[in-house]
Structures are given as structure tokens and as C-alpha cells.
Design a protein around this ligand. Structure first.
Ligand SMILES: [Zn+2]
Length: 279
């Protein structure tokens, strides 16, 4: 019988040898047992405490494609030893984490998710991950992910997929995102940023601009989704501090004005950032 607390294993004794995925409390990590699990592909460290760091560092002796760390207790990752062959790496809900130094040891990482951590001083250490193709920076349910700057994104030569969701957009310049011309997929929550910053991204990424201008329907047919006057399905336009649900009939004049203002900001950004014009 494997003992669990909050859905995570507290003690690996008795765990099935056929286990493919495990989520374990930091105190329950036992690398000698993990080494006897030939099918293990994914390990979650549910809560890493300082007293467990030596145990957790021994994860570096494993070969494992996927790992996630929660409640990492240090300001950087220099005490972290990634498993060999680590391709998918997540660090989440780690308020103490403010620097990414040490991540260079995970040189095989292709997809990195940093979710709901401390205020990140810089993304520059990510430049040491030559295979990093997918990066997610995201906030938590109740908190925004803070980062001081995004300019290091330009150094991520393999980056193809970028997700920025729930960021604290105050003072954050999105020009580095606008300039990422090799992205295949971009998911950026416009509601996190001033309109002028969103306009920079839209100027650099035609598909993103189109997605914003498509004005998706509000997904529910409830009192928010329907116009009280004409019963039309309301449209969504997410821009910070702007009205976000618009009736395509009754609110048409205001919506057209907002879209015109936004498109002027896109044109201004295209000139300022010297981006190629879209035709
Ligand atoms: Zn209406």
C-alpha cells in the first residue's frame, strides 16, 4: 500500500515497478528506489524543502524525460541537478525562485514551463538551453507571474512556441516578443498589458493580430453572453482596462472606435519597431 498525502506519495517503498509517472513529496524522494523503476518517464517533486535538497539533488543520477518541481526553496537553481535526458521541465509555485542560474545544467530541455514563481530578474540563463523550443511563463490562479524584462528571448534560437499567460504587465516591454520572427505559435494574454504593448506584438505577428480582431463570441449563452437589448451574442475584445464584452449591434460605434484606436497603435508600433508591413 503506497501512502499518499494531497494526492502525492509520501514514501516510495512499495511503489509499483511498472510506474510511469509519480508525484512524490520532497521528503519521500529516494533515488535508490527510483533507479529500480525502468518505465518511469515523469517525476513530480510535490514539495521541495531545504532539508530535502541533498536527496532531491540525487535526481541528477536518474535518466528521465519529464520532471516538475514545486515549492523549490532556493533563489536560483544552482542546487538543482537535472536528470539525464531531461526534455520537459516545469518549476511552479516556487515563490523563493527569482533567478534562473543553474538551469544551464538542463541542456537537453526542449519545453520549459515557469508557473507562478517569484519575480524573475532575467531570462538570460535560458540562452544556455540550445534546444529550448517551447517556453511558458504563467501566473497562478490568484497571482501574476512577474519578470523584469523579456529581451533575452531574442537569444533563444530554437524557440518556436511561446506562452505568456497571467503576467504582471506593469512596465514590461513587449518589443522583444514582437521581434520573434520564427515563432510558430504565440499565446499571449492581451488583458495583462497596456494596449500599446499588445499593439507591438500584433504588429510583429499577423496571426496574433487576426486572432484579436476575430472577436470571439462569449462562450456562454447566459446574461453576460447575450445582449439584454437585442439578444445578440456578445463579442470579446480583451484589452486591459477596456470594456471586454461588446454587442455587435448596440455597441457597434464604440467597438469600431476601439478597434480603430488599436489599429492606429499597431501601425505606430510597426513604424517604431521598424517591422515589415503586412500585405
Ligand atoms: Zn444588442
Amino acid at each position: 500500500m503506497v501512502e499518499k498525502r494531497d494526492g502525492a506519495i509520501t514514501d516510495l517503498t512499495g511503489v509499483s515497478r511498472g510506474s510511469k509517472e509519480l508525484v512524490v513529496w520532497g521528503e519521500g524522494i529516494d533515488v535508490d528506489i527510483l533507479k529500480t523503476l525502468p518505465k518511469l518517464e515523469s517525476l513530480g517533486v510535490y514539495k521541495a524543502k531545504k532539508k530535502d535538497l541533498a536527496k532531491i539533488a540525487r535526481i541528477g543520477e536518474l535518466t528521465l524525460p519529464s520532471l516538475n518541481l514545486r515549492f523549490w526553496p532556493e533563489p536560483d537553481l544552482t542546487a538543482f541537478r537535472p536528470p539525464k535526458g531531461l526534455r520537459y521541465f516545469t518549476v511552479w509555485q516556487s515563490n523563493a525562485l527569482v533567478r534562473l542560474d543553474g538551469i544551464e545544467a538542463a541542456a537537453e530541455v526542449e519545453a520549459l514551463a515557469l508557473n507562478d514563481n517569484g519575480r524573475l530578474e532575467s531570462l538570460a540563463p535560458l540562452a544556455a538551453l540550445p534546444k529550448l523550443a517551447e517556453l511558458t511563463l504563467s501566473g497562478g490562479i490568484w497571482s501574476k507571474q512577474e519578470t523584469e524584462r523579456l529581451d533575452a528571448l531574442a537569444q533563444l534560437k530554437a524557440l518556436r512556441r511561446l506562452q505568456l499567460r497571467g503576467l504582471d504587465g506593469r512596465g514590461l516591454d513587449l518589443a522583444p516578443v514582437a521581434r520573434l520572427q520564427h515563432l510558430e505559435a504565440l499565446d499571449l494574454w492581451a488583458r495583462d498589458f497596456p494596449m500599446e504593448e499588445v499593439a507591438k506584438v500584433a504588429a510583429g505577428h499577423p496571426a496574433y493580430l487576426k486572432q484579436l480582431l476575430d472577436l470571439p463570441d462569449y462562450p456562454r449563452r447566459d446574461e453576460f453572453g447575450r445582449c439584454a437589448k437585442c439578444d445578440a451574442t456578445r463579442k470579446q475584445m480583451f484589452l486591459k482596462r477596456r470594456k471586454f464584452l461588446w454587442c455587435p449591434n448596440c455597441d457597434k460605434a464604440g467597438l469600431d472606435r476601439l478597434l480603430a484606436t488599436f489599429m492606429m497603435a499597431v501601425e505606430a508600433a510597426r513604424r517604431d519597431l521598424d517591422l515589415p508591413s503586412q500585405s
